[in-house]
Write a protein that binds this ligand. Structure first.
Ligand code: SF4
Length: 146
């Protein structure tokens, strides 16, 4: 992917994450990893292309070139040895806003709709196909970065 397309996209996605963190929405991730257990929740984060590229950058920064294997249905980015997210600072929007009750429950869509629209706009500019499950989206993004 051309750098002149990639860099603004990464910047905009990170700006969306920073904007979310500034909002006075009472949520607090306690890193309990409940939402990372897709086999238990039945819910898998869906990523726009910009989010996937930011996540892929996080994977690369950890020294990996490929998505780790996950055979039991947990997120492949959940590090077994530590029980921590491998890309916590670069985790997708859904991991910051979705259903975790311990963190305060899901955000109301209307509270974050403008941010969702910004991520959709990045997706459109990158020629993305809309939100895709985290495994496929990040695997493809890693290939694009290679
Ligand atoms: S990306 Fe990180 S926070 Fe999100 S589900 Fe995977 S391990 Fe959990």
């Amino acid at each position: 992917m051309r750098q002149d397309k990639l860099q603004p996209a990464l910047g905009e996605v990170r700006a969306v994450y920073a904007e979310l963190a500034k909002r006075p929405l009472e949520r607090s991730c306690r890193s309990l990893t409940g939402c990372c257990q897709f086999q238990l929740t039945g819910l898998t984060p869906q990523l726009t292309k910009g989010e996937a590229l930011v996540a892929a950058k996080g994977v690369r920064a950890s020294g990996r070139k490929e998505l780790p294997e996950s055979a039991d249905g947990t997120c492949p980015l959940l590090k077994r040895e530590t029980g921590r997210c491998l890309i916590y600072a670069d985790r997708p929007f859904g991991c910051r806003t979705h259903f975790c009750e311990a963190a305060g429950g899901p955000h109301a869509r209307k509270e974050i709709l403008d941010l969702i629209r910004r991520l959709e706009e990045v997706d459109r500019k990158l020629g993305g196909a809309g939100p895709r499950n985290i495994q496929a989206a990040v695997a493809d993004a890693l290939e694009e970065l290679s």
